[in-house]
Design a protein around this ligand. Structure first.
Ligand SMILES: Nc1nc2c(ncn2[C@@H]2O[C@H](COP(=O)(O)OP(=O)(O)OP(=O)(O)O)[C@@H](O)[C@H]2O)c(=O)[nH]1
Length: 321
């Protein structure tokens, strides 16, 4: 791998990203508020909450809807930081320390796509211990335990449920997994994940609307696939991705797409991607000698590929906090 001189490059990269006049207000569809209401109503049946976040944006854990957070505080709580295979794990220790300072003790980093993830195996013993060491209030009589998995869209809630089932029941998929946010629409399905002790999970519709304090937080969520791309715009997501890769000095895109050196100009990068992948389109051009058809780079297709490559971890592991 080529080494680029970061100091040299730093001088030619943007230090701040220009978000223009964008607004995040419409990025989260209306069904989320409805889901939140239903989740709150079901909380009385729940013994322990599993709150799942993307390990690349772990700071978001405390920024979910604050009124819902209050309801959560009374129950045992496990924080799962998922998609750790895509995250820069050198930061895990400092994240753990920060979370401990903030009073969060039960934290697991998981990769739910891995067949036998060690931390997925720890979930059942940990929640059993958490539930048995506290009071279950009016649920004392019930011998089975009920968990609720909550998180923002596309963070891997269904994948986590399937991974726990695979580990403890040796059963296949019960929850539909999707590449696009908002796949889990069936409201609060009860799924058995373990038979000793009997544990059920409520699969939520992926509708914890995060409290987005600023457009940059929204853009980080978009980059990680939490928001439907077309609501934000693939062109701006691709540009923010380039900005982030340069800021974090993740330059593997240079070799992958045959660039000469790290670059901060998204149009140039997309052009190189289009050329490398053969993504061109024919457009009509009017010239002095009549109409001709010319081959142009397909910038949209290139942006799509750039974003997908990042989400699959092909452009390096990152921590966007
Ligand atoms: N790399 C990686 N991808 C994951 C992991 N967990 C889930 N995914 C992928 O993330 C995408 C979303 O996963 P889901 O399990 O459908 O997420 P969800 O939170 O249930 O999604 P919604 O129904 O939209 O709320 C899918 O493409 C999964 O394959 C993980 O640990 N690592």
């Amino acid at each position: 791998m080529r080494i680029y001189h970061s100091l040299l490059n730093a001088t030619k990269f943007r230090r701040v990203f220009d978000f223009g006049e964008r607004e995040v207000a419409h990025w989260f569809p209306g069904h989320m508020a409805k889901g939140l209401k239903q989740m709150r109503a079901s909380l009385k049946k729940v013994d322990c909450i599993i709150e799942i976040h993307d390990a690349r944006i772990s700071f978001l854990w405390q920024r979910i809807n604050p009124s819902f957070q209050e309801s959560l505080d009374v129950r045992p709580h496990l924080l799962v930081l998922n998609k750790v295979d895509l995250a820069d794990t050198s930061k895990n220790q400092s994240i753990m320390k920060r979370l401990e300072r903030e009073g969060v003790r039960n934290v697991l980093f998981t990769d739910c796509l891995r067949q036998r993830d060690e931390n997925v195996k720890k979930i059942v013993p940990l929640v059993t211990e958490l539930i048995e060491s506290g009071s279950r209030f009016h649920r004392e009589e019930d011998r089975s335990y009920c968990l609720m998995v909550i998180g923002v869209p596309n963070v891997g809630k269904s994948s986590l449920i399937n991974a726990v089932r695979r580990t403890y029941l040796k059963k296949g998929k019960a929850s539909k997994v999707g590449g696009e946010p908002g796949i889990t629409k069936a409201v609060l399905t009860k799924i058995q994940v373990c038979d000793r002790p009997i544990i059920h999970l409520l699969d939520t519709p992926g509708v914890l609307p995060p409290k987005i304090e600023n457009i940059e937080t929204g853009m980080k969520l978009a980059l990680c696939g939490t928001i439907l791309d077309h609501l934000v715009g693939e062109d701006i997501i691709a540009d923010y991705l380039l900005f982030s890769l340069n800021r974090l000095e993740r330059f593997s895109y240079v070799e992958k797409y045959n660039l000469e050196e790290p670059c901060d100009d998204i149009q140039h990068v997309l052009k190189c991607i289009a050329v490398k992948l053969g993504k061109t389109k024919r457009v009509k051009a009017i010239t002095g000698v009549g109409n001709i058809t010319v081959q142009m780079p397909d910038y949209s297709a290139a942006a799509y590929d750039f974003i997908r490559a990042f989400r699959k971890g092909e452009l390096g592991k990152v921590m966007l906090d």
